[in-house]
Each structure stands twice: as C-alpha cells, then as structure tokens.
Ligand binder design. Structure first.
Ligand code: DAK
Length: 259
C-alpha cells in the first residue's frame, strides 16, 4: 500500500474506505502535500472494487482548521493560478463513489469546504463550522460562497462569511448543513455504519442516483428532470435492476452484481 505522510488509510468495515487527515499538531491544516495525498487516496479507493463508500475524517479536536495559512503566506497569485495543489485538491467531481465527512471539532475555512464537497456529513456534538477567511483579508476559495449559501441560505451565509459567525453542530443540523449530530464517542462509528449501508447496495444504482442529485445543483428543473429520466432508463438496462425486483418478488435479499 502507498505510504502517505499526511493522511492515514483505514478499512474499518467491509466496503468502507477511510481517508484520515493526520496533521494533528496543525489541527489538520490543509497543506499542498496533504491535498495531493487526499486526491491520490480518493482516486485509489474509487478504483478499488472492494470499496463502495468512502469517509473523510480527522480527529476528535479537528476535522481541519482550513488551508495551511503559513504555506499560503508565501504563495503568490501566479503560484495559485498555475500549479496550486489546493485548487486541484478541491475538485471531488471525478470521484464516483459517495463520500461521507465524519466531522468533529474545527471544520473551518477549507475544512468546512472539504466537508461540503462530500455527499453527506455526520457531525460530532463538538463540531464547529465556519468560514473565517475574512479575518485573513481573503474570501473562501474552495467553494464556500457557493455551497454554504445553497445549504443554509443567503442571510445566514452572509453572516457566516462576512462576520466569521460559527455554527455549532446543532445549528448546522437545524440549517441543513449536516445529516446528523451524535456524541463525540460515536460520530466515526455512525459514519462507518452509514457508509456500510451505502456500500451494501447496488453500486451502479448508487452512482446513477448520486449523479442525478448533484445535477440539481447545476441544472434548471427541466434539465434536471431530463437527466433523472435518462439515468432512470439506464437503470432498466442493469442486471441489478432485474435482481432487485426479482428479489422483492421472491421475498429474499438481493445479491448485487454492481452491473
Ligand atoms: N494553517 C496553519 N496552521 C494552523 C491553522 C491553519 N489554518 N490552524 C491552526 N494551525 C496551527 C497553529 O498555528 C498552531 O501551530 P503552532 O503555533 O502550535 O505551531 C496549531 O495549529 C494549534 O493551533 P492554535 O494554537 O491556534 O489552537 P487553538 O485551539 O488556540 O485555536 C483555531 C484553534 C482553529 C481557532 C485557530 O487555530 C485558528 O483560528 N486557525 C485558523 C483558522 C482559519 O483561519 N482557517 C481558514 C484558513 S483560509 C482554495 C481552497 C481552500 C481555501 C482557499 C482556496 N482553492 C481551491 C483555491 C481555503 C482557505 C482557508 O481555509
């Protein structure tokens, strides 16, 4: 297995692959090396047929306190524009399998944005979400102005990004940013259980569904409905559709082939 410097790879349950951010001394600040490793690990897990769902997590104190400010301090416009791993690392679009963020402690700046890049978020009761870039004289660059606004609405998004208002885990749940909030002792296990549920289903149906949901962010309602219809028709060409319906009729558990 590839040796990583800033992350750990874990496989805590069948079908589940975990990318654990591992710079605890810097509250998992996202430096270029870490972002390169996250990208490489996600691509490797995505290509691994034994994995059906991935989790990105940190530790109890920090999911990630944002991009590495000490590294960004020496970064110029041209560096950022021409070859930033920060930029390429914040594109999860090529990853087909669902990703769950298991968040405890700080999820700030790029940390909050990385959680929002994931498909679902399980939070511990200690999680804190925020976009404090304004204090550094910059603005969110990893999707915060767009994804957070879509998640919580304009008024609250403005307050969070213009004044560094931070959301507690319960607030994040209330405003629709996260799927659930659980005790700090169980947030990771809860994320693993959720990932196992996803991994135990037809991977081809999961992919078609995830892609259709994501389309809702980019398309008009008409275009989105057309896209959903195409994916629905496509599902009727799969072996898993035949098996899923046959299993229902025969009152037994489906045996997915992921084809
Ligand atoms: N970068 C570098 N080091 C960090 C860090 C960060 N973001 N956050 C914490 N650390 C380091 C601290 O410097 C400290 O290191 P030492 O001094 O011990 O060497 C260590 O982690 C522990 O931090 P503290 O001593 O500060 O711990 P506290 O518990 O007192 O405070 C805190 C925790 C999270 C409130 C505080 O550390 C803090 O405010 N951190 C900075 C949070 C922040 O401003 N985050 C936003 C950064 S800007 C993009 C994609 C993404 C981004 C940009 C572009 N593209 C795709 C283009 C993202 C930008 C950002 O995230």
């Amino acid at each position: 297995m590839t040796a990583y410097e800033f992350i750990l790879i874990e496989k805590p349950a069948p079908g589940v692959g975990v990318v654990r951010l591992n710079r605890p001394q810097a509250l998992n600040a996202l430096n270029a090396g870490l972002m390169r490793e996250v990208g490489a690990a996600l691509r490797t897990l995505d290509a691994d047929d034994s994995i059906g769902c991935m989790i990105i997590t940190g530790n109890d104190k920090a999911f990630a306190a944002g991009a590495d400010i000490k590294e960004m301090f020496g970064t110029t416009y041209v560096d950022m524009f021409m070859k930033s791993s920060l930029v390429s690392g914040f594109d999860f679009a090529p990853i087909g399998k669902p990703i769950i963020a298991a968040v405890s402690g700080f999820a700030l700046g790029g940390g909050c944005e990385m959680a929002m890049l994931c498909d679902m978020i399980v939070a511990s009761e200690t999680a804190v979400f925020g976009q404090p870039e304004i204090n550094l004289g910059i603005l969110p660059g990893g999707g915060g102005t767009q994804r957070l606004t879509r998640a919580v609405g304009k008024a609250l998004a403005m307050e969070i990004m213009l004044t560094d208002r931070r959301l507690t885990a319960d607030e994040a749940l209330r405003y629709g940013l996260v799927n659930r909030v659980v005790a700090i002792e169980s947030y990771f296990d809860e994320a693993v259980a959720l990932a196992q549920k996803v991994a135990g289903l037809s991977q081809v149906a999961i992919r078609l569904t995830k892609d259709a949901i994501n389309k809702a962010y980019e398309a008009t309602l008409h275009e989105g409905l057309e896209f959903e219809k195409r994916n629905f028709y496509l599902a009727f060409g799969t072996e898993d559709k035949a098996e899923g319906m046959q299993a229902f009729i025969e009152k037994r558990k489906a045996q997915w082939k992921h084809r």
